[in-house]
Design a protein around this ligand. Structure first.
Ligand code: NAD
Ligand code: WQD
Length: 345
């Protein structure tokens, strides 16, 4: 019996594959590599010493995906596959709706057909929209401010409907806050395409010399130093959260949403200072205007996950910065080897 991991070559997926293998699960990975490289999976194998099957398949390709269900005895699905760039989703909403929603529909149809009714879905704190009241609990109002966020909200609603139609389903919706950091081995990490959008990959790019300075988007928010506050969570803690959720969906039926965050917010300036303290690198920055669509403060109430999944984030901000830096400094070009980059430029 195996766990099917969609999007397993990506940032959160690869760290979760590693934890699943270390915990003794058999896994089957499906990814079309549209935002990742198979090198991440090669390294999962290297770090764990465990083999697993990988299919380079698009979730939209029903026939190929059906082969995966035919060839393997799948007992549960951890569903990471999706596009996730907020700005791009505003420019290309149809691509996001098609990839994220249709991809999930094809997957769920096959799950239904093959009687695989246990699922963990990667949702996001973005489903809380412009919520200004913190901490954010699962009962906080939901809303989307961009097409990406709307795909998550719509999929969450689809999950609810699937369960209502057939109460044998067991679904955990995991709402991630801000995942950062990397595996402590320094072999796995976040490898964004081009210039990063998110704060931590941007900081590490500045530290490694790829980008000159950090732009801080706004210092007039109602926070301790005026810069935006977020609930950063170590990707290894996040990956462990999936194992806890998997135990839960294997043991029960139902559909439940859980916040995965630390419950503690840090400002952009606090993040820069922590990174400088831990790594000894200076991060030059300049203050710029607010980024359109950003909110001032966002952090979780993670007590439901603690109560119902027995999960709590363990790693602090210093470990997040140290591991992000270890990954970036060991792999300045991400999963592409430096020599390969030099050869092609
Ligand atoms: P990622 O881009 O690194 O991983 C997603 C993976 O899905 C990639 O490997 C990509 O190639 C694959 N994929 C995309 N569309 C596919 C398709 N149609 N068929 C097959 N494979 C496909 O992203 P991540 O940061 O690892 O995020 C994983 C999930 O968590 C996503 O659903 C994302 O929306 C969600 N999430 C991420 C964050 C974050 O900040 N990283 C926060 C909240 C939620
Ligand atoms: C964090 C803070 C920025 C970059 C996004 C998505 C969300 C989720 C996680 C998937 C904010 C500030 C950032 C920079 C900066 N993804 N910042 N300079 O916006 O909380 O969430 O990623 O579900 O949907 O919206 O994360 O890392 O982009 O920003 O000052 O160059 O850092 O303004 O306060 P965000 P982030």
């Amino acid at each position: 019996m195996a766990v099917l991991v969609t999007g397993g070559a990506g940032y959160v997926g690869s760290h979760t594959c590693l934890e699943l293998l270390n915990a003794g699960y058999e896994i089957v990975v499906v990814d079309n590599l549209c935002n990742s490289s198979s090198e991440s999976l090669r390294r999962v194998n290297e770090v764990t010493g465990k083999d697993f099957k990988f299919y380079q398949i698009d979730l939209l390709d029903r026939q190929s995906l059906e082969e995966v269900f035919n060839q393997n005895k799948i007992e549960a699905v951890v569903h990471f596959a999706g596009l996730k760039a907020v700005g791009e989703s505003v420019r290309l909403p149809l691509r996001y709706y098609h990839n994220n929603i249709t991809g999930t529909l094809v997957l769920c149809e096959l799950m239904q057909e093959y009687a695989v009714k246990r699922m963990i879905f990667s949702s996001s704190a973005t489903v809380y929209g412009m919520s200004e009241s913190v901490p954010i609990s699962e009962k906080s109002p939901l809303g989307a401010t961009n097409a990406y966020g709307r795909t998550k909200l719509i999929i969450e609603e689809i999950m609810q409907d699937v369960y209502v139609s057939d109460p044998n389903w067991s679904i955990a919706i995991l709402r991630y806050f801000n995942p950062i950091g990397a595996h402590s081995s320094g072999r796995l990490g976040e490898d964004p395409n081009g210039i990063p959008n998110n704060l931590m990959p941007f900081i590490t790019q500045v530290a490694v010399g790829g980008v000159k300075e950090l732009q801080i988007y706004g210092n007039d928010y109602p926070t301790l130093d005026g810069t935006g506050v977020r609930d950063y969570i170590h990707v290894e803690d996040l990956a462990r959260g999936h194992l806890k959720a998997l135990e839960k969906v294997m043991a029960t039926t139902g559909v439940e949403a859980y916040n995965l965050g630390t419950g503690r917010g840090y400002s952009v300036i606090e993040m820069v200072s922590a990174f400088e303290r831990v790594t000894g690198r200076r991060i030059p920055y300049k203050m710029t205007d607010r980024r359109p669509g950003d909110i001032g403060i966002c952090y979780s109430d993670p007590t439901k996950a603690e109560r119902e999944l027995g999960w709590i984030a363990e790693k602090g901000i210093e470990e997040m910065c140290r591991d992000a830096w270890r990954w970036q400094s060991n792999n300045p070009c991400g999963y592409i080897e430096e020599e390969e980059v030099l050869r092609t430029t």
